[in-house]
Design a protein around this ligand. Structure first.
Ligand code: FAD
Length: 502
């Protein structure tokens, strides 16, 4: 029977895992313990999230108001992609990937393809882009926790978020915590972990969770589980990250801004009291000096007086996230560039899946692990396809980076097949696998048509009856856009109210 689980690492992944496992075993005899080094810092980035975070916080029993105040939170309603296509007539190309879903009305896509007015796809199918355009919040102060007029996620301070998760796990979910530094991972004859050695002595468990970040000290370094590198598909392998204050009277956007560069892109994430900005780039296509210069150019300021961190990124995933008596969660399991805030999403989903499906007996580990690993590998490949989509349908030709991103050998077959199909028909739910596709039809539609993917209009003609029905729906959307502008308050004012009144 599983009597004790030890999590090594106290970054966001470690504490997400501690909350999920703590919740599963609360009140039982199974002990969940987290050890972390007091000297090795967490990665300290990871400030953009997706809407699933709302469910997670509610599930953990965390109060949204406290979370907003403690983690320097601002509301996020999607991503604005800028310069991901070549400029047209000298104008910056821009499109939104908002969070609101509309897939129940797929006829809208066909109607948009048949429309010649030049309206942006996101503006055609919903009202959330209107909220984003005017820095408006997704909810009113009177709306219940975790609920809004539009779907939303958060921008948050990574360090403060770990701290909040830690307090919840220890105080409310019975997780034991110690600052211990791991020095050795001992294996038995079968290759499973027999015990850990830390500065406090020997530590044993029935299940070990590796949350040691890119180091992957348990599953990777000790157990030598192979790493499946994906740098040939997603080229970005370095990041420069900096925190900067808002200018006086600057608004807080309710979206992440992602601006494409010569060999990567810049994230711009507005928290409540500061911004987190970073340049993700491919070191095979540009130098750190050039990347630094592009970041300065974006910010319009010299960065020498600021603390600009240079971060190496290991793109890919372990061939098995669960091997014998060890499961890796977090950067130790895998990572792809943070273009769609996939890090916390995948780690949260996999930590919950582990907690939900963990058998009570260690005898069943191998069988359950096989299924777990298939699901996690599938999830990573789906995430990689979706991130690659943003690059490979771009028409930018201004650098080798953009040209290389369109080379067929860099595009996974699974994505190439879909792109070929979508030249002739709009994507439908039949093209997606189901529950564990963390990015689904709506996500694809926003990106494909935000980037003017050329689905043949001839093959997607719309019947007069459907056209009439769609025109009624479009009328409703226009009304919602007007209402949104009139009724919503701006993101900054809402956050100020929450800080003031709770
Ligand atoms: P870490 O934060 O690195 O934590 C590792 C832990 O292991 C630490 O507590 C450390 O003390 C401990 N440890 C290490 N060695 C030892 C030892 N010997 N003994 C004991 N303890 C040890 N995700 C998103 O969802 N959204 C984003 O916008 C986003 N942006 C990102 C930008 C960049 C540039 C990068 C690199 C990542 C980004 N991510 C993002 C991913 C996000 O940062 C991670 O998902 C998240 O922080 C989880 O990290 P972690 O807990 O796995 O590792």
């Amino acid at each position: 029977m599983i009597k004790k689980i030890v999590i090594v690492g106290g970054g966001t992944a470690g504490w997400l895992a501690a909350n999920h496992l703590g919740k599963r075993f609360l009140g039982s005899e199974t002990v969940v313990k987290l050890i972390e080094s007091a000297n090795i810092p967490t990665i300290g980035v990871g400030e953009g999230t997706v809407p699933m975070m709302r469910q997670t916080l509610e599930y953990f029993g965390i109060d949204e108001g406290e979370f907003v105040k403690e983690c320097n939170v601002a509301f996020k309603q999607g991503i604005s992609f800028e310069n991901w296509m070549a400029p047209q007539a000298g104008k910056t190309h821009r499109y939104y990937h908002p969070f609101d879903f509309f897939s129940s009305e797929l006829g809208l896509v066909t109607a948009w393809l048949n429309d010649n007015s030049g309206i942006h796809f996101a503006d055609f199918v919903g009202f959330q882009s209107t909220l984003c355009d005017h820095n408006l919040a997704p909810k009113l102060i009177t709306q219940p926790q975790f609920d809004g007029a539009a779907s939303y996620a958060y921008h948050l301070d990574a360090g403060a978020f770990s701290e909040l998760l830690k307090n919840n796990a220890i105080n409310n979910l019975g997780v034991i915590h110690h600052y211990n530094e791991l020095s050795e991972v001992a294996l038995d004859n079968d290759g499973a972990i027999s015990h850990l050695v830390t500065d406090a002595g020997v530590e044993t468990a029935d299940l070990y969770i590796d949350c040691t970040g890119f180091r992957s000290l348990l599953l990777g370094t000790a157990m030598k589980t192979p790493f499946v590198a994906k740098g040939d598909v997603l080229f970005a392998d370095k990041a420069l990250a900096v925190q900067i204050p808002y200018a006086d009277n600057e608004q807080i956007p309710s979206y992440t801004r992602s601006t494409a560069q010569t060999a990567g892109w810049i994230w711009d994430i507005g928290l409540y009291s500061r911004k987190g900005i970073g340049h993700v780039y491919s070191s095979n296509h540009t130098s750190e000096t050039q990347a630094y210069a592009e970041l300065e150019n974006y910010l319009g300021t010299n960065l020498d007086s600021l603390n600009v961190r240079s971060i190496d990124m290991k793109v890919g995933y372990r061939s098995k996230a669960w091997s014998k008596n060890c499961v890796a969660l977090g950067l130790s399991q895998g990572f792809v560039e943070p273009l769609e805030a996939t890090g916390l999403l995948v780690f949260d989903v996999t930590a919950k899946m582990l907690a939900d499906t963990l058998p009570t007996s260690t005898m069943a580990f191998d069988t359950v692990a096989k299924h777990f690993n298939n699901t996690v590998t599938n999830m990573w490949n789906k995430v990689i396809d979706f991130i690659k989509l943003h690059y490979c349908i771009s028409d930018r030709c201004d650098s080798q980076f953009w040209l290389d991103n369109r080379s067929p050998e860099s595009i996974p077959d699974s994505l190439q097949e879909k792109l070929e199909l979508w030249k002739y028909k709009v994507p439908t739910n039949y093209d997606f696998g189901g529950k564990f596709d963390v990015f689904d039809i709506d996500n694809y539609l926003y990106v494909l048509y935000g980037m003017s993917y050329p689905t043949s209009v001839d093959s997607n003609l719309i019947s007069p009856a459907e056209l009439k029905r769609m025109s009624d729906i479009i009328g409703t959307i226009k009304y919602q856009q007007k209402q949104a502008r009139e009724l919503a308050i701006d993101n900054k004012s809402l956050l100020e109210k929450i800080h003031q009144f709770g």
